[in-house]
Ligand binder design. Structure first.
Ligand SMILES: CC(C)(COP(=O)(O)OP(=O)(O)OC[C@H]1O[C@@H](n2cnc3c(N)ncnc32)[C@H](O)[C@@H]1OP(=O)(O)O)[C@@H](O)C(=O)NCCC(=O)NCCS
Length: 213
């Protein structure tokens, strides 16, 4: 018999009033998020789900496309390992953020100045950070008040289909994670990880291949 977290007795014991409150809160989260999607002018597919309300900001000229059945978890109680903050999606001018179908994000932060592309069926563990820039200029005189540095094509981040990224990992500018790969918890991903690899550490190194099903 397959036993999932939802069958664990630790999750038993919520009162009816708590369940009703959660249901209402879920509906409000959904309405607030739909409004946020509309106000930020992003493209979202069908069947999206949210727990809590994500922060989404984008500059004019940028583009954000979320695929079908994307789940954004922004509430610690809604995921087994918890999260330390809501989902944060920030896209700079001329930036592109594309997220495929059936993708799950839990407390993830994604900053796209150039381009961040996430394939289908990707799972980002709790509190993963993905960035395609250094966030500030490396030149001291421009760093404090200069805003985000400009994008550069080499900095684009690509995460292939069916990738699973462990909790609290960081994916840095220019990273390319091949389809089917698994990244260990608390890893720092730089450069290219070949498809179907298990990689982990700082910086993440390939430890082996994902075993066939
Ligand atoms: C990467 C991972 C999949 C490897 O699991 P595994 O294949 O069972 O591998 P093992 O635990 O046998 O470890 C194999 C080797 O990798 C190392 N390793 C495993 N996870 C590591 C990590 N996160 N960082 C650095 N090294 C790691 C081990 O130390 C071990 O090294 P050794 O061979 O030198 O002793 C797993 O450790 C992991 O991090 N899973 C992600 C969990 C997670 O964050 N889930 C998100 C839920 S929100």
């Amino acid at each position: 018999m397959r036993v999932g977290l939802n069958d664990n007795p630790i999750f038993v014991g919520r009162s009816l009033s708590e369940k009703i409150f959660d249901r209402l809160r879920g509906e409000i989260d959904r309405l607030r998020t739909r409004r946020r999607f509309r106000l930020t002018g992003i493209t979202v597919g069908e069947g999206w789900k949210v727990f809590g309300v994500p922060i989404i900001t984008r500059k004019p000229g940028s583009e954000v496309v979320l695929g079908d059945r994307v789940t954004l978890v922004s509430r610690p109680a809604a995921t087994a390992m918890g999260i330390s903050h809501c989902v944060i999606l920030r896209v700079g001018p001329q930036g592109r953020l594309t997220i495929g179908n059936d993708v799950g994000l839990s407390g993830s932060t994604i900053c796209a100045v150039t381009s961040v592309t996430i394939g289908d069926r990707v799972l980002l563990g709790s509190d993963v950070i993905i960035t395609d820039s250094d966030g500030h200029s490396l030149a001291p005189e421009e760093r404090r008040y200069g805003g985000f540095p400009d994008g550069a094509p080499n900095n684009a981040v690509v995460i292939g289909d069916d990738v699973f990224i462990g909790a609290r990992s960081m994916v840095m500018k220019g990273a390319n994670i091949g389809a089917g790969s698994v990244i260990g918890a608390a890893s720092l991903v730089l450069g290219t990880i070949p498809p179907n690899s298990i990689a982990a550490g700082t910086p993440a190194k390939v430890l082996g291949k994902v075993p066939p099903k």
